[in-house]
Design a protein around this ligand. Structure first.
Ligand code: FPP
Length: 230
């Protein structure tokens, strides 16, 4: 969800104004995704690197998260949407963590779509943590080194029960992955748009989906092999 700060700047407003308006885009995309049958939608809301932003911006983001989760809880339940989170939640301010955990608990039985918030998340952190967990399992004899494979690795990531993303959208004209779902995005289709996040609406989301539908996903195979299968 990139471009909040630049969007605010174009209006002569502080960066936080961009984040506040970004919440409207969060609502739009969540609604659009659920409507068209997306099963998992993951939003990169705060990276482990974002702590180095000015304190006033970090605090505002944490407060915005609490307010948004609390305010949207009944809408999530009404629409049968389950809330989940990935990242190191233990380092979040207590108020933010508690609001989040409450949201996760109150929506845990919903089944139409899962909305995953990546919070205090970064791929390198997650991969290092997975390596530590696997090493501990080897050390205590639960796992042999030869048993470590893609499946074991995936199961030790914070996305354990979340399928790999089919499509990864980045807004604001930046062409980077920025430490996001590096393992999981191995075969994701990447879509970049110049639209700044607070301007991102349902139609922008549909454009990304239409683009995705015209991609040929080969997963390392040739086009000919794919047409033999289908
Ligand atoms: C990146 O834009 C955006 C963020 C770091 C925060 C995104 C958070 C929200 C939209 C708030 C609410 C989210 C939820 C899920 C309730 P930037 O600040 O890096 O923009 P810039 O690149 O223009 O400076």
């Amino acid at each position: 969800m990139d471009g909040n700060g630049r969007w605010a700047k174009t209006q002569g407003k502080p960066r936080v104004f961009g984040h506040k308006n970004g919440v409207t885009s969060v609502r739009e995309v969540t609604e659009a995704a659920a409507e068209i049958g997306v099963e998992f939608l993951t939003l990169y809301a705060f990276s482990t690197e974002n702590w180095s932003r000015p304190t006033i911006e970090v605090n505002a983001l944490m407060t915005l998260l609490v307010e948004t989760v609390k305010r949207e809880l009944s809408t999530l339940n009404k629409n049968n949407i389950r809330l989940q989170a990935i990242g190191d939640l233990s380092r979040l301010p207590e108020k933010t963590r508690l609001a989040l955990l409450e949201g996760i608990e109150m929506t845990k039985n919903n089944s139409r779509m899962t909305l995953v918030l990546a919070l205090n998340y970064s791929s390198r952190w997650e991969i290092v943590e997975a390596a530590k967990k696997i090493a501990a399992q080897v050390l205590n004899g639960e796992l042999a080194i030869d048993q470590i494979d893609n499946g074991v690795f995936s199961n030790n990531l914070t996305t354990k029960n979340i399928p790999d993303p089919e499509l990864l959208i980045r807004t604001s004209g930046e062409h980077r992955i920025s430490n996001y779902l590096l393992w999981q995005a191995a075969y994701s289709e990447l879509y970049f748009t110049n639209v700044l996040w607070p301007d991102f609406r349902k139609d922008d989301f549909y454009l990304a989906i239409l683009d995705f539908q015209n991609r040929e996903r080969r997963f390392g195979k040739t086009s000919e092999q794919l047409s033999e299968i289908t």
